[in-house]
Design a protein around this ligand. Structure first.
Ligand SMILES: [Zn+2]
Length: 234
């Protein structure tokens, strides 16, 4: 049984290393993923602002054309005012000029409002474009930097898996299954030391009879509290 336990222990060592390698791999890949996400978010905001900017610029051009047109009409009517001698016609023209002026004032106010709304957009667009450029460079560098790291981690994982399979093949199937279940449920510690009559996995005091049995190494014993496989060093 001593041998069986020793094999489980070395399996546990490999499994823990594999677990750590897997975590390094996802944290390394996570850095790049985070950068990609940040770029995507900024790009979406930039696209939206650029669209808004194009739309309001087009709308403002339209307003400015209408304004110029209104001004031309006012000039026209003022010229006619100088030529007309009829009072009634004069009055009618005067009203038309006034209403055109009012209309133009509204247009001017709209153009101004549109300019004010665009004001904070321009620096944000510039800021976002610079931010994205910076992050893209960072991403490129990160991808290059981690490529080797990822490759190395993958190779280590592969090597460890081969060794793990070899180790696992020499362990009784039922015991292996039990070990794997405990390993995944008990935070990567399936085989625990029994020391000073205590399970070092969960710190519970073991019944003295069980503790004696464990020391004899005649069969595999489990902690009555945490179900971990117990072994005695000595
Ligand atoms: Zn325990």
């Amino acid at each position: 049984m001593r041998e069986e336990i020793a094999r489980l222990m070395s399996l546990q060592t490999i499994d823990r290393q594999l677990h750590e390698l897997g975590q390094s791999l996802s944290s390394v890949a996570g850095r790049v993923e985070q950068l990609r996400g940040e770029i995507e978010t900024s790009q979406a905001e930039l696209d939206r602002l650029t669209r808004e900017d194009q739309q309001t610029t087009a709308a403002r051009s339209q307003l400015e054309r209408e304004l110029a047109d209104g001004e031309a009409q006012i000039r026209n009517k003022r010229m006619r005012l100088n030529l007309v001698r009829n009072d009634k016609e004069l009055q009618a023209l005067g009203h038309e000029v006034e209403s055109l002026k009012e209309h133009n004032q509204r247009l001017e106010a709209e153009v101004l409002a549109s300019m004010q709304a665009a004001e904070p957009r321009a620096p944000r667009i510039k800021e976002l474009a610079e931010l994205i450029e910076g992050k893209r460079a960072e991403l490129k560098a990160a991808e290059k930097e981690i490529a080797a790291e990822v490759e190395e981690l993958k190779m280590s994982i592969q090597r460890q898996r081969v060794e793990r399979d070899r180790e696992a093949a020499s362990i009784d199937d039922a015991l292996l299954q039990r070990y794997e279940m405990i390993f995944s449920r008990r935070g990567g510690l399936a085989v625990a030391v029994a020391k000073s009559c205590t399970c070092q996995g969960c710190r519970m005091r073991l019944p003295p009879q069980l503790y004696n049995e464990i020391q004899k190494h005649l069969q595999i014993h489990f902690c009555p509290n945490c179900q971990r496989i117990l072994y005695y060093e000595g």
